[in-house]
Design a protein around this ligand. Structure first.
Ligand code: CP3
Length: 348
C-alpha cells in the first residue's frame, strides 16, 4: 500500500512528499473525454458507477499519483434535493429550481443518501476494489456555504446577489438552509466512508468571498459541525479530513480550530507562513498555481521545487495545485510535476 498520503495527513514521516491533483480526472485527459463521449454527458458519467470508477483510475494509469479521488461532483447533493441539475457546455452548472425564499427552503425534502446517492457509494466500492489497497481513495463533499450558493443562485455567480442577499436580509432562512445541507453532508460523508473512502475533503470554493465574521458564521461554523459529527462517529473517527476554503488564507488559525486534520491552501498563501501559523496542529495541502503547468517543463520543475522548499523540512505536506487543473493543460506537464515532486522531496 502506498500510504504516503495517509501518513502525511497524520503528520507522520514519509519517504517523499505525496502528490495528487484537484480535478486529476478530467477534461485535460483525452481518455476522460472519450469516456465522457461514450457516456453521452457529464451527469450520466457521474451517475454510472462503472464509468465513474473507470475515469477515477485513468490519471493513476498515467502518473505516479499518491491518491485517487472519486470521480463525482459536489453538486450531487443539490441534485438529490431535487433542484434539477444540468451542465451547459461552456456555461457551467445550472439548477432549474433555485431556492429564493423561506418557503422554498422549508419545502426542501430530507435526503436519503443511500437511496438517492447510492450511485456515488457504488462507484466508491467499485473503485476501492479496483485499487486493491495500492493507492488510497479520497471521498469529498462541497461545504454547506458553497452548496448553498449554487442552490440559491441556481448556478455559478460573480456577485452572489441572491446567496449573499439571503444571508444579509434573511439570515435565519440562510441558516435553516445551511443546517439542512449540513445534515445531508454528514450522512453523505459517513456513507462514503462506509463504502471505502480513506480520507475526506470538503471543498469550500466560495468561502473566500465572505467577510471575516460572515465566514465564521455562515461557512466555517457548519464545516466545524461536520468535522465534529464525523469525529464522533465510530466508523469515521479515524478518517483524516481536509478543509479547503479557496481564498481562506486569512483564517487559518480558525480553520485549524475546527478539528480538521489538514488545510488545503490556494496559491496566494505562502506555505511557510501558513505553517508558522498552524503547522504543528494540522497538515497542509497545496499549493502550486495551476497556470504554471502551461509553462515549460523546466519551469514546472523549478516551481515544484520552490513550493517544496517553501514548506521546508518536516512532515505534514501534501503537494497539490492551489485549485483544479485547467482543461487545456498538456498531460505531459503533469507527469513532469509528479516526478519532480517525488524526486526533489526524497528523504535520505
Ligand atoms: O478532483 C477530481 O478529479 C474529482 C472530481 C471532481 C469534479 N468536480 C469533477 C468535475 C471534484 C472534486 C469536483 C468538485 C467541484 N465541482 C467543485 C469544488 C472544487 C473547485 O473546483 O472549486 C465545484 C465548485 C464544482 C462544481 C462544478 N462542476 C463546476 C464549476 C464544473 C465545471 C463546469 C465547466 O463546464 O467548466 C463542474 C463539472 C465538472 N466536475 C467537470 C469535472 C471533471 C467538468 C465537466 C465535464 O466533463 O464537462
Amino acid at each position: 500500500m502506498n500510504d504516503r498520503l495517509l501518513k502525511a495527513l497524520r503528520r507522520q514521516p514519509v519517504d517523499c512528499t505525496p502528490i495528487w491533483i484537484m480535478r486529476q480526472a478530467g477534461r485535460y485527459l483525452p481518455e476522460y473525454r472519450a469516456t465522457r463521449a461514450r457516456a453521452g454527458d457529464f451527469l450520466t458519467l457521474c451517475k454510472t458507477p462503472e464509468l465513474a470508477c473507470e475515469v477515477t483510475l485513468q490519471p493513476l494509469r498515467r502518473f505516479d499519483l499518491d491518491a485517487a479521488i472519486l470521480f463525482s461532483d459536489i453538486l450531487t447533493i443539490p441534485d438529490a434535493f431535487g433542484l434539477g441539475w444540468s451542465i451547459d457546455e461552456g456555461m457551467g452548472p445550472k439548477f432549474a429550481r433555485p431556492l429564493r425564499n423561506k418557503s422554498d427552503v422549508e419545502r426542501l425534502p430530507e435526503i436519503d443518501v443511500d437511496a438517492q446517492l447510492g450511485y456515488v457509494m457504488q462507484a466508491m466500492r467499485l473503485t476501492r476494489a479496483a485499487l486493491a489497497n495500492k493507492t488510497p481513495l479520497i471521498g469529498f463533499s462541497g461545504s454547506p456555504w458553497t452548496l448553498a450558493t449554487y442552490m440559491v443562485e441556481g448556478g455559478g455567480s460573480k456577485e452572489y446577489k441572491y446567496a449573499k442577499g439571503m444571508m444579509h436580509d434573511q439570515p435565519e432562512v440562510a441558516r435553516k438552509l445551511l443546517r439542512k445541507i449540513t445534515v445531508a453532508v454528514v450522512d453523505y460523508l459517513k456513507a462514503q466512508v462506509a463504502a471505502g473512502a480513506q480520507a475526506l475533503m470538503i471543498f469550500d470554493t466560495w468561502g473566500g468571498v465572505l467577510t471575516t465574521p460572515d465566514y465564521g458564521d455562515f461557512s466555517l461554523d457548519y464545516m466545524a459541525q461536520i468535522v465534529a459529527a464525523l469525529k464522533a462517529d465510530a466508523t469515521a473517527a479515524d478518517i483524516p479530513i481536509t478543509l479547503f476554503t479557496k481564498g481562506g488564507g486569512h483564517w487559518l488559525e480558525k480553520i485549524a480550530d475546527s478539528g480538521c486534520d489538514a488545510i488545503g491552501l490556494d496559491w496566494t498563501m505562502p506555505l511557510r507562513a501558513a505553517r508558522r501559523r498552524v503547522g504543528h496542529r494540522v497538515a497542509l495541502q497545496g499549493n502550486m498555481d495551476p497556470t504554471v503547468l502551461y509553462a515549460s517543463s523546466d519551469k514546472v520543475e523549478q516551481e515544484a521545487k520552490r513550493v517544496l522548499d517553501d514548506f521546508g523540512d518536516g512532515d505534514g505536506h501534501i503537494f497539490n495545485l492551489g485549485h483544479g487543473i485547467h482543461p487545456t493543460i498538456d498531460p505531459d506537464r503533469v507527469a513532469t510535476l509528479v516526478d519532480a515532486v517525488h524526486r526533489h522531496s526524497r528523504r535520505d
